[in-house]
Design a protein around this ligand. Structure first.
Ligand SMILES: *Cc1c(COP(=O)(O)O)cnc(C)c1O
Length: 511
């Protein structure tokens, strides 16, 4: 499989390795596979008993040439990546309301207790694999290839990237976060990783300041050439690829859990709490490959650009609001461009890749200059046929955490991101008229312990509820007594950050 840019005429055929290592195409577009592999119906039978890891191998094999990564190498990358998960199923499917046929797909059993681990554990191993291979081919005395990953975080992404890349050869990581503005638990998760190649920079500024600094580091060509600055952000194709597995695995787990009599007639809808559109995009690819998915539903918080687009055809950038589900606080959804590419290609009349890229490039220019673009009525109609959506307010988020806690016999506790999904699922169940053939799988993207404030706000009124006892896992309790490693950045200043990066790289012996 080769990859192409969503925009250009330049990059029409790049290797998987290049797509992963460079992340973004030279024309600013995102990489997509040359085609989407189609499965024939026999896969439903043949794959139904596979483990998560075996299924990941089958799927990834379709997207990565054997000449780039052999079967044995790919298998061992996958096994290593998911050995860090606490659940044997990696992403277990849990029924929470058998009457309504509502299930949660728990994606938070990785090292940082959030769904980003599913992709970033794999991406870290993949980076290391590519670098090790490149460096092994070097002659003595030639400088080694290194990657210096630089990123900004307001919480979840930083710790998932750190745990994905800790202790990886030839990779160094610098994560910037605003001092005092990430939750104490999330800060601890990042700063208690003491590996030599991990550096957390607490910046005396806001999250926007941190993002700005990172953008400037990327824009400094001389620095970039010297230190090979890289990113592991949500547009990296390897993240989307790794996330496809759990849609297939959820389907097969559901099949096993259903009584025999229901197995031939059920239909499944996936509900996905969305921000940058990476999680649900993997579901779109799974469906396109042939997984029988009845519907994909985008659940947004009050940052609802996707929901507004699907109603109006206008992709209209708004100010970011701070909500109870901060990992979904975005003003544009960066992966949406990939989805849109398919929608445009199928409705532009020509079915032509380059023409599609041109239309999309124009939209992106409109977005950059006017903060908005509008697609054709045909494109909108096709998009509406592929995705449903719903917007959930802060108030409904809290209400849903309470409702599920009260209604489940084991007092199941949702994190606020997951609650946005479940609130949407409950609305769908009602509007679909409680059809018992329909099964709803809502993706659970974080452990509630990571968002104590909102969870406590929802549940502290219940007698017998205790955060320490009912929510906080022992492993996270321990963080508060562990040693930390933090570098303070007193000034929001590019030169200060760059010289700090250089001095830390020197200490690591990388220059
Ligand atoms: C990142 C994240 C999301 C949003 O996923 P996207 O792929 O950006 O749509 C939802 N919930 C949690 C907890 C996250 O960390």
């Amino acid at each position: 499989m080769s990859y192409r840019s969503t925009r250009s005429s330049e990059q029409q055929s790049v290797s998987f390795e290049e797509a992963i290592i460079t992340g973004l195409a030279t024309d600013g577009g995102l990489f997509i596979p040359a085609e989407i592999p189609k499965l024939d119906d026999s896969f439903l039978k043949e794959w139904s008993q596979l483990s998560f890891q075996e299924l990941a191998f089958k799927i990834m094999r379709l997207y990565i040439k054997e000449s780039e990564i052999s079967d044995d190498e790919l298998k061992s990358l996958i096994i290593k990546s998911y050995s860090t998960f606490r659940s044997k199923d990696v992403t277990p499917l849990v029924p929470i309301d058998s009457n309504k046929n509502l299930y949660l797909l728990e994606l938070f059993h990785g090292p940082t207790y959030a769904f980003k681990d599913v992709a970033l554990q794999f991406v870290g191993n993949l980076f290391e694999f590519f670098l090790t291979r490149k460096n092994a081919a070097k002659k003595e005395g030639e400088p080694r290839d290194i990657i210096t990953v630089v990123g900004a975080t307001s919480g979840d992404t930083g710790s998932a990237a750190i745990y994905g890349l800790r202790n990886k050869k030839d990779v160094s990581v610098f994560i910037l976060y605003p001092t005092g503005r990430v939750s104490p638990l999330q800060e601890r998760q990042m700063t208690t990783v003491l590996d030599d190649n991990i550096h957390t920079l607490s910046v005396n500024g806001t999250f926007d300041d941190c993002q700005d600094l990172v953008k400037k580091v990327f824009g400094d060509k001389e620095f970039n050439d010297k230190y090979h600055v890289g990113a592991v952000n949500s547009i990296n194709w390897a993240r989307i690829l790794a996330q496809m597995t759990y849609y297939f695995y959820a389907y097969f787990q559901l099949l096993k859990q259903l009584p025999e009599s229901e197995r031939s007639s059920f239909k499944v809808k996936f509900i996905v709490p969305s921000g940058n559109f990476g999680d649900i995009l993997a579901g779109f690819y799974a469906k396109e490959m042939g997984l029988p998915v009845e519907e994909l539903v985008v659940a947004t918080n009050e940052n609802d650009i996707l929901d507004r687009f699907l109603h109006s055809g206008k992709y209209d950038k708004a100010q970011v609001k701070e909500t109870y589900s901060p990992a979904m606080d975005i003003c544009v959804s960066s992966n949406f461009e990939r989805f849109l590419w398919y929608m445009i290609k199928r409705t532009s009349g020509s079915n032509d890749n380059l023409r599609t890229g041109e239309i999309l490039s124009q939209y992106m220019r409109d977005l950059a200059s006017n903060g908005v673009f509008e697609v054709s009525p045909e494109t909108l109609k096709l998009a509406q046929g592929s995705l449903d959506s719903s917007r959930v307010s802060n108030e409904d988020t809290v209400k849903t955490i309470r409702e599920i806690y009260t209604k489940t016999s084991n007092h199941y506790i949702l994190d606020p991101h997951t609650a946005v999904g479940v609130a949407t699922a409950l609305r769908k169940i009602a509007s679909d008229g409680n059809d018992l053939n329909l099964k709803y799988i809502s993706l659970s993207t974080a452990h509630p312990a990571k968002f104590s404030e909102v969870v406590n706000q929802a549940l502290s009124e219940f007698e017998g509820y205790s955060f320490e006892k009912d929510v906080l896992p022992d492993e996270l309790k321990k963080l508060s007594s562990m040693q930390t490693k933090i570098k303070l950045v007193e000034q929001v200043d590019l030169k200060v950050v760059e010289s700090l990066i250089v001095s830390e790289l020197e200490k690591e012996g990388k220059k």
